[in-house]
Ligand binder design. Structure first.
Ligand code: CA
Length: 225
């Protein structure tokens, strides 16, 4: 099984206004998003904090998006990529797809279209055609951020949702506190030292007893069932 945690997106876009719009839309969808404005920074970021999906503008200052794509694929980085391009020429799109992009979207676009395409990729990555993750008697709806336990549904906060999603998608594996922090918080965001413990505590109230196990000195795990 492919291990994918709560969606972590890297946005490479030098147009500040567009980037701000995309970032707000992603946050509303409970994605964790990091943003860089040029190709060199993007490559560094890809290697140090690999995202689940890369949204890549082609027209960037310095190294352009197509170069970033070619270089990352050459370096064996397999992160799924959605290309953003103002150049709606067919040749550009074909070149992008041939260089290893998974999808492209032509500017100007509706944010909801971008979100829909991210969802398609997300489902592909999660290897699931449903917007639902089920383990044991718990099912998590990834569209509404609701968790259902024995016919009873509870709404999760953004962080609770991301935390539970990460643990469920990695069921059978221990996730350390720092694994979880990197999935729940953006790059550089301040994190209280007990933040994960607090979210786990609140999340447990909405789950069956002992659903999330604490592995002392290591982290947390949801067992495969
Ligand atoms: Ca641009």
């Amino acid at each position: 099984m492919l291990l994918v945690c709560a969606m972590n997106i890297l946005l490479v876009e030098d147009d500040k206004l567009l980037a701000d719009g995309i970032i707000s839309a992603m946050k509303r969808e409970h994605f964790s998003v990091n943003h860089v404005v040029d190709g060199t920074e993007a490559l560094t970021h890809l290697k140090t904090v690999p995202p689940d999906i890369l949204i890549l503008d082609l027209g960037l200052p310095g190294m352009d998006g197509m170069d970033v794509l070619k270089r990352m694929r050459k370096q064996g980085l397999s992160t799924p990529v959605i290309i953003l391009t103002a150049r709606d020429m067919l040749d550009e799109k074909i070149a992008g797809l041939n260089s290893g992009a998974d999808d492209y979207i032509t500017k100007p676009f509706e944010l909801k279209e971008l979100i829909a395409r991210i969802r398609v990729l997300e489902r592909r990555i999660s290897n699931s055609a449903l917007n639902e993750i089920v383990i044991g008697e718990v099912s998590l709806d990834t569209m509404s951020s609701q968790v259902m336990v024995k016919q009873k549904s509870s709404q999760l906060s953004r962080r609770e949702y991301m935390l539970l999603k990460a643990l469920m998608e990695n069921a059978g594996s221990i996730l350390t506190k720092s694994n979880l922090e990197s999935k729940l918080y953006d790059w550089g965001e301040e994190i209280a030292s007990n933040a994960i413990e607090v979210h786990i505590h609140n999340l447990r109230k909405k789950l069956p007893d002992a659903y999330i196990h604490t592995v002392h000195g290591m982290g947390y795990i949801i067992k495969k069932q």
